[in-house]
Design a binder for this molecule. Sequence first.
Ligand SMILES: NC(=O)c1ccc[n+]([C@@H]2O[C@H](COP(=O)([O-])OP(=O)(O)OC[C@H]3O[C@@H](n4cnc5c(N)ncnc54)[C@H](O)[C@@H]3O)[C@@H](O)[C@H]2O)c1
Length: 432
Amino acid sequence: MTDEIPDIDLAVHGRTEHRREVLKKLAGGIAGSALLGTLPWFAPLQAAPAGGAPSDRVRVGIIGPGSRGQFLLEHLLHTPAVEIAALCDVYQPHLDDGQRAIGKPVAQYKDYRRLLEDTSIDAVVIATPLYLHAPMCLAAFDAGKSVYCEKSLALTIDDCKAVARAAANSTKTFQIGHQRLFHRSTLYALKQVMAGDLGPITQIRAYWHRNTAWRRPVPSADLEALFNWRLYRKYSAGLMTELASHHLHVANWFLDAHPLACVGYGSINYWKDGRDVFDNVNVIYKYPKGVSFVYDSLSSNRFYGLEVQLLGPKGTLELETAKYYSENPPPAPGIVQLINQIEKGTLEAVPIGGPSWVPDLKKDTKGTPLPEDPDRDDGTGLSLAAFVNAVRLGRRAPYMIDHAYRSGVAALMGVMAMEEQREVQWPGNYSA
Ligand SMILES: NC(=O)c1ccc[n+]([C@@H]2O[C@H](COP(=O)([O-])OP(=O)(O)OC[C@H]3O[C@@H](n4cnc5c(N)ncnc54)[C@H](O)[C@@H]3O)[C@@H](O)[C@H]2O)c1
């Protein structure tokens, strides 16, 4: 498979087998294509591999080795040039989990400010609840660390601006945990959009539906906020920051724009269990050129699951199921057409002399699959590898600030629109 990729030198992983792995992840027309040149976040992956010198090692501290933090830790343990130097968490069992995964003793902290005082640590990975992203990012930049911060950027628009400004003013690397930037089938979809396979994008629709309380069992009542922070507005902005931010990120990226305004409705219509974030959200964003992004998320029905759909006059891309649907697919072979006609005859045939109306039901064409990552990596592995390489090479990543800022702010605009029952305008750039 790697033979199909002629002209790229991705040296993120020093070892040959890892290099091949990276190439495989990008195969399917991405690795050797001109598209990569338009994705500056891939540049750190193209640098010379790390050698064995101590200066080639990146010493990383992980703040918040909970659910996501553990997942990032597992990836980092397989990323060459990384040394996990410290863990920080207020909850001892999570420190213990992290320590076990690393397999050798590392410094442990309960207070992140103590970790930041360690001058031998180059970078921190922040995977804590949303309300802590801003104070932790700001303190990390103050301490001269590079920062990989999980999405969404921050709990308030003012905090988004403050973190974006601090990242822009820092000489260190900043990266946001929007792993779709490195996701193979998403990149392939971008290539199709750039090739004109949809025509212009005229609408984006996205949804994320689950049938779950989103509530974690707590070992004792005093741990409710620590475990279930997502359900409380003081710590989280709920479905918009936790789920929608991913699809808003895709919309901003693919439209190369930020939303101009939005309106929406949300409520708690099912999980009346003491939470104060909405259990269903419905927001419409206005983008330039008259394009809308229509989003909804439900916690009481999972039939439709999650999807982000890019729609244009020539076709549709569904990024979560990784499929392209042409508006005018080539005709199916004769026998398939016949079976379809027999199966659907009552719906699609227009009887002679009858009404000339055919229901506009969803097309059931199978679509063309987009190339998927062979290891089902959603981009997180490459994302961390790019971050580590950027830190090792002393490179900043200014484009990341815009990705983080636009999606973080867009998610919060949706929350404000629903909570304040008004149209919310884009609040301006972080340097404004
Ligand atoms: N990119 C993705 O696809 C993705 C997926 C899941 C979660 N996330 C993000 O990752 C972040 C964490 O989510 P999670 O599901 O892992 O939450 P979690 O509750 O499982 O983990 C958070 C961790 O932070 C710790 N913590 C809380 N307060 C702390 C403090 N003051 N100092 C140090 N540690 C503290 C908690 O004890 C816990 O270990 C969130 O921002 C979430 O949006 C991103």
